[in-house]
Write a protein that binds this ligand. Structure first.
Ligand SMILES: NC(=O)c1ccc[n+]([C@@H]2O[C@H](COP(=O)([O-])OP(=O)(O)OC[C@H]3O[C@@H](n4cnc5c(N)ncnc54)[C@H](O)[C@@H]3O)[C@@H](O)[C@H]2O)c1
Length: 374
């Protein structure tokens, strides 16, 4: 019942998710439970809540490492589970977590709410309908995740190898990395450059540039930072049928009249280029994305509707984050699928060798929703 737990509890208590009732909440800190005690059952132990018989489904919003242990426990107890992103800290933990999802009819979803954002829905549709042709390049400069020292000091687990297992790639970027793989699939090679504690007094990465290579030869660049203000958020996807750009909330699509590969082969003129059409892609801003994922989770349990973000797809953003960081740490290109054991060993080394002393302090209360209104 930290920032995210309270956020989810708020709309559930208001009855804004049909057919769902908040029956119980749990937190390791009893202080976080005080304001809920009069409304729902409260538990200081998640294990106890899972076995209480009071709940059918669990929404996990604890620090990332606990998603694995609490997820496995709840799945083994037969509960439906919706976990916050990232589904786990590293790929080996994702594999353990997903292996616990065995019971027929048991629903296991992940909170990738940006998949319900209308602008990203439109981009997904443009790609999967074949409108963009074959993807040849994707660039995402995603440096508008600015965070202050106070943010990092607000929780002892934050930005430590032991408590969080990574930095900007694992905390802020899971949504972007999920969308990247949702749009373009998984790369086959990754070369990452991740600076650790470049802009903040932290031991994990806060500034990253990565080069990605896809099985069809397409290339990608992903850049992110929590130290840059105002920062940029510009997504460019080049397909053989045109160029899509998303920036400042506007999607523009410059569509080649003829597939550029075909044009290249067939044109008799050296400097000719395909003619283009400028296409505006309007979309309605519906907001309330987290609630849509929670509603979809409930509908999947009750009516068997398809999940927007099945947990099994959550391993991909973790694998991307791990691969970028691993490549940077070993100074080499990493081939995917990532060797999950090798990465887990590397992370254990980082934890064992950590000498950074984490300073925490009370921070002024803030509008938490600013952290995900993008
Ligand atoms: N989907 C989104 O938009 C979004 C946004 C922010 C955070 N998140 C995710 O939500 C999760 C929580 O982030 P947050 O910002 O709310 O963190 P937070 O530090 O505000 O809250 C974490 C809470 O977990 C409690 N806790 C710690 N260990 C526990 C344990 N073993 N059992 C039970 N409770 C425990 C803490 O006491 C705290 O109240 C993270 O995984 C984060 O990535 C998702």
């Amino acid at each position: 019942m930290g920032n995210m737990g309270r956020f989810h509890a708020d709309y559930l208590l208001k009855g804004e998710v049909a057919h769902a009732e908040l029956a119980a909440v749990s937190d390791a800190s009893s202080k976080s439970l005080e304001s809920y005690a009069e409304q729902v059952a409260v538990f200081e132990s998640c294990e106890e809540m899972v076995r209480s018989g009071k709940i059918d489904a669990l929404l996990i919003a604890t620090p990332h490492y606990f998603h694995t242990v609490q997820g496995i426990d709840a799945l083994e107890q037969g509960l439906h589970v919706l976990t916050e992103k990232p589904i786990s800290v590293h790929k080996a933990d994702c594999e353990r977590l997903l292996a616990a999802h065995k019971k027929p009819g048991q629903v296991f979803a992940a909170m990738f709410q940006l998949r319900t954002d209308p602008k990203y829905e439109k981009i997904k549709k443009l790609i999967s309908s074949g409108e963009m042709g074959e993807i040849v390049r994707v660039n995402w400069i995603n440096t508008d995740w600015f965070r202050t020292e106070a943010y990092y000091a607000s929780g002892g687990w934050r930005a430590t190898w032991k408590g969080e297992g990574g930095g900007v790639l694992l905390n802020q970027c899971p949504h972007n990395l999920d969308l990247l793989q949702w749009f373009c699939g998984m790369p086959s090679k990754v070369r990452g450059f991740a600076a650790l504690g470049k802009y903040h007094d932290i031991e994990v990465e806060d500034d990253v540039s990565a080069y990605l290579e896809y099985p069809n030869g397409a290339t990608g660049i992903f850049v992110t930072s929590t130290g840059e203000a105002p920062g940029t958020n510009r997504l460019e996807i080049a397909g053989s049928r045109g160029l899509l750009v998303l920036e400042n909330g506007i999607i523009s699509f410059t569509r080649n009249e003829k597939d550029m590969r075909k044009f290249c082969e067939e044109s008799k003129i050296g400097f000719a280029k395909p003619d283009v059409w400028e296409v505006d892609i309007p979309y309605a801003d519906t907001g309330a994305q987290h609630k849509r994922i929670t509603q979809n989770f409930v509908d999947a349990i009750r009516d068997g509707v398809s999940l927007i973000a099945p947990a099994r797809e959550g391993i991909r953003s973790v694998e991307l984050a791990n691969s970028i960081l691993y490549s940077s740490l070993i100074g080499q290109t990493v081939e995917l699928p990532l060797d999950s054991k090798a990465y887990e060993e590397k992370l254990k080394e980082l934890i064992a060798e950590s000498t950074h002393i984490k300073q925490t302090r009370e921070v002024e209360s803030d509008d938490f929703s600013k952290s995900f209104s993008k």
